[in-house]
Design a protein around this ligand. Sequence first.
Ligand code: ATP
Ligand code: MG
Length: 435
Amino acid sequence: MTGLQAPRGTRDILPEEQMYWQTLETQACQILERAAYRQICTPIFEQTALFERGIGEATDIVGKEMYTFSDRGQRSLTLRPEGTAGVVRAYIEHGLHQQGGVQRLWYTGPMFRYERPQSGRYRQFHQLGVEVLGSGDARADVEVIALAFDILKGLGLADLTLMLNSVGDRSDRSDYRQALIDYLTPYRQDLDKDSQERLDRNPLRILDSKDARTQEIAQAAPKLLDFLSPDSQEHFQRVKTYLDQLGIAYTINPCLVRGLDYYTHTAFEFQSRSLGAEATVCGGGRYDHLVTELGGPETPAIGWAMGLERLILLLQQQSSSPTTNLDFYLVSRGETAEQQGLILAQHLRHRGFRVEMDLSGSAFGKQLKRADRSGAPGCLIIGESEAAAATVQLKWLAQGQQTVVSQGELLTLDLRSHLDQAREFATEQSTSDAP
Ligand code: ATP
Ligand code: MG
């Protein structure tokens, strides 16, 4: 097969990268579960109407980014471009609101958007997100922001800025919308092409434009914050006070408007300066009207989503390559030796050790070189004479110590503490080798 490649905008996640993904998911999961969040999985494709209603026809996502197709039964389906609409659909469909109280949910998985691919921007990408359904309390806003903050900080990401804004409620926004249109209309010809279109359909999104001239015009536009009702102002004030109390710093950014129609009140983003143009690693906000929009009961809600590829890029930039967690590399040569090796590897794995078995049958020298490169602290060697005596050479690669033990006895040794010692030795050596 020649010429077959992964589709444009998609990427393979090769084994070398998996450690980063696992670290990310394990740490996020721990932090979320400590705050009583429970995982939910929804389908990767949904009825197209869900996204049209839940995200809004005037948004970039619905307007030009969706992967929509009809199946063999002529149903219009769409690969999910984001996670919230599906989670809210499931929340309504399964009556999770009838369980009473607040639902705290998290999800992770691939999302699909037809975008112009570039570093940190793909057509298939992964998000991890949370949704809190059933509370309009400002503490919920701050809880989810604090969780995102802890996850990002736990990954060792420095250089992060939390951008914060309030987009008020629908009535605040309809007053503002008109003021914005009045301000922008004289500049229509100076706006970038997308923004000219948005002027009629979704003027708030113009504030979010990445075009330099449009940004300049937007800077002097009326501010949504000046249009907030007293209730909206009070909610925003509480959010800011609670963030201060938790010691989470933020920058108010009046141009921060999320692209989706259902957002209300709090809008926020975490950005990293190390990422260049695609700087936002996490975006979220309150969406008090989405549940009713999709046919459920009135339910205030808030959530965020993180772009995992962008986090992985940051993790890769800042840390050396992740180390292997292999315990033993098993080398054998000759029919009987190979059979014994197969059995020994199995026994060790059943006892919880990570064992890689060399399958090449090549000369010992070659197999031992691979053992060195594998990063395993221990090497197990079975040749013809060991096979005849049912023994194995146990070699600690960093120390260069080698002993012969019977294969049965090997399983009774305290291999764990030997492995710990070998790893400690290897670390000491690598730090003392450093210039
Ligand atoms: P942008 O303005 O960068 O297009 P967005 O507003 O479309 O972002 P959201 O829908 O809020 O982004 O998605 C949340 C996060 O998911 C983003 O902050 C980003 O980290 C990530 N993300 C969004 N689109 C992509 C993509 N095409 N490729 C990789 N990550 C993405
Ligand atoms: Mg986008």
